[in-house]
Design a protein around this ligand. Structure first.
Ligand code: HQG
Length: 181
């Protein structure tokens, strides 16, 4: 598979494994897992041919390791980023003192009022480094990086989880814990 095909198939997988499994008639279990054989068969019946080998390549090569197999390799899920309700069963982890959130200037006034909200997704997404936050914000325009005082939040009783692909997840970041980077 060339890089372009990996990217296109990854985008399609993000759509079905995070947001809209029903477009190929797929069902995810409550933890977000899809049966691999069913996924392959349903992609094929929708004219999206995808072999197990190609899926292996996507899981291994995807730039952000967005997808993961279960231990026995029978099921696959997105490691984070869902809009549909799934229970990822991630253990709570102690975050570093600071985490970063990439956004754009147009959202900053609302964020200063309401804090960071999960919007359409299941969590607020935070990065451990500024470079990643710049990329996340850059998807929407000129990036603005907000610094989250995650250590302080943790001391105050807020829960954080680390996804399998290294994204920090939490439910809400109140404005008082946010500073400009
Ligand atoms: C903003 C990508 C107004 C927030 C990335 C963001 C990430 C507010 C947008 C992952 C707000 C939501 C998630 C408030 C937050 N008022 N706007 N109170 N609170 N926002 O896409 O973090 O490539 O749901 O700043 O790398 O941008 O898909 O979240 O701009 O990890 O794997 O509302 O998606 O991962 O946008 O991105 P999103 P995000 P993948």
């Amino acid at each position: 598979m060339n890089e372009k095909n990996v990217k296109a198939s990854s985008k399609f997988l993000s759509l079905v494994l995070r947001h809209r499994p029903e477009i190929i008639g797929l069902e995810l279990d409550s933890n977000g897992w899809a049966d691999v054989q069913e996924l392959i068969a349903k992609c094929q019946s929708e004219g999206r041919s995808l072999s197990r080998e190609e899926l292996d390549e996507i899981v291994a090569l995807n730039d952000k390791k967005r997808f993961a197999y279960n231990e026995s390799g029978t099921h696959i899920r997105a490691s984070q980023g869902h809009s549909i309700e799934v229970e990822l069963n991630l253990a709570a982890s102690e975050p570093p003192e600071y985490l970063y959130h990439g956004t754009v200037g147009a959202f900053v006034p609302a964020i200063q009022q309401q804090g960071l909200l999960k919007m359409q997704r299941q969590h607020v997404h935070l990065s451990k480094d500024k470079e990643t936050a710049i990329k996340v914000g850059g998807r929407r325009g000129v990036p603005v990086v907000l610094v989250v005082r995650s250590g302080h939040m943790h001391k105050d009783g807020f829960t954080f989880c680390l996804s399998d692909n290294g994204v920090w997840l939490t439910d809400h970041v109140p404005a008082k814990y946010i500073q400009h980077g």
